[in-house]
Write a protein that binds this ligand. Structure first.
Ligand SMILES: [Zn+2]
Length: 212
């Protein structure tokens, strides 16, 4: 099974992908992980990515496409994969159609108010990196890290204005992809508003998800 995951920040698709890679016996491939691995292994493509990242620029489409193609050509990805973070643009989607088309594209749907609630409630411990949520995973003592006693903060990324910016960027970028795959008859949707176990059960219940 070859799957592309789409979904806004806060929809929990990373959690679904982590579980699904065991149950469906396919690797969870994220572009972040591909970039890090390529840089670490010092492949020719990796050296180019490193130079781009160090310059502060965005990794261009053609380089991202080459890296994904290289990753999906590896042995563990022969029988399938879950792609997360790719494609992000129509040229990337067209390229993927050319070398390894997905069987299904799963869109994890979550409305803006729920996304804002999930992301804005996040609190992080700068000392040890652990994160909490004021409503869904509160620390024992408000504002204090359970692990190390550090003072919890709200990261810049999790402030309302930053969340609104990330969300509008996401919607603008993803809407054309949703249309693209719907037009090919391969789009499936999952309601990402219930708690994580229910979302995962709904995912496994989609047509064609054969748990091993
Ligand atoms: Zn801590």
């Amino acid at each position: 099974m070859k799957l592309v995951f789409l979904g806004p920040p806060g929809a929990g698709k990373g959690t679904v992908a982590e579980k699904a890679q065991k149950d469906l016996a396919v690797p969870h491939v994220s572009t972040g992980e591909i970039f890090r691995a390529a840089v670490k292994n010092g492949t020719p493509l990796g050296l180019r990515v490193k130079a781009v990242i160090e310059s502060g620029a965005l990794v261009p489409d053609e380089l991202t496409i080459e890296l994904v193609r290289e990753r999906l050509g590896q042995g563990d990805a022969k029988s399938g994969w879950i792609l997360d973070g790719f494609p992000r643009t129509i040229p990337q989607a067209d390229a993927l159609e050319g070398f390894d088309p997905p069987d299904r594209v799963v869109d994890f749907e979550l409305g803006d108010p729920a996304i804002v609630e999930r992301l804005s409630g996040r609190r992080t411990c700068p000392a040890c990196g652990r994160s909490f949520h004021v409503k869904f995973m509160p620390p024992a003592k408000a504002g204090i890290c359970d692990s190390c006693g550090g003072t919890l903060i709200t990261r810049e990324d999790d402030r309302i204005e930053a969340i609104q910016r990330r969300l509008s960027a996401y919607r603008a970028q993803t809407a054309p992809l949703i249309q693209y795959y719907r037009g090919k008859g391969r789009l499936l949707t999952v309601d990402a508003s219930p708690e994580a176990d229910a979302v995962y059960a709904a995912f496994l219940g989609l047509p064609g998800m054969n748990k091993r």
